[in-house]
Design a protein around this ligand. Structure first.
Ligand code: FES
Length: 169
């Protein structure tokens, strides 16, 4: 039987934005909210060179990676053609406005390959962030970009994440 872990409320996620869920092992999970309040979750790592998808711009059912503007489907993690690649997708449940992820997936999906395929500069930045935030494994971090205003130059040096509390264990 599946064990759902409450992460935050839908309203805690900015419309057309994302929040980042930190995991003890493996890369962060980006939880996105579309303009019509649907919620999706992907590993917070672009399949191109590891860009932080949580810093991207949500449009329709896609997010534009902040590094090189690949469009990644929120529904299945696939890069839009002609680009090729896939971000790991996580199941999402929303009940009474509370967003939950599967505990099994949080514990196992994409664990052990968090930096695989990531260019060295991004890997260093990700490692630094993980070390700086050690101990915040149950946190959900704000990571939204201003709607339509993000640029590659801005997104290559994202602001430090803000932390909110998970609403239930
Ligand atoms: S790292 Fe995402 S498009 Fe290049």
């Amino acid at each position: 039987m599946s064990d759902w872990k409450s992460i935050c409320r839908v309203d805690d996620i900015p419309s057309l934005g994302a929040r980042r869920v930190r995991r003890p092992e493996g890369g962060d999970v980006a939880v996105f909210r579309t303009g019509d309040d649907r919620v999706f979750a992907l590993l917070d790592r672009c399949p191109h060179k590891g860009g932080p998808l949580s810093q991207g711009i949500v449009f329709g059912e896609h997010v534009a990676c902040p590094l090189h503007n690949w469009a990644i489907s929120l529904e299945d993690g696939q890069a839009r053609a002609p680009d090729v690649g896939c971000a790991t997708k996580f199941a999402v449940r929303v009940v009474d406005g509370v967003v939950s992820l599967l505990a099994d997936e949080l514990a196992t999906l994409a664990v052990g390959d968090a930096l695989a395929g990531v260019d060295p500069a991004t890997a260093r930045r990700m490692t630094t962030t993980l070390l700086a935030d050690a101990g915040a494994a149950s946190a959900c971090d704000a990571a939204s970009a201003p709607n339509g205003l993000s640029s590659c130059a801005q997104s290559q040096d994202p602001p430090p994440p803000r932390t909110i509390r998970i609403v239930a264990a």
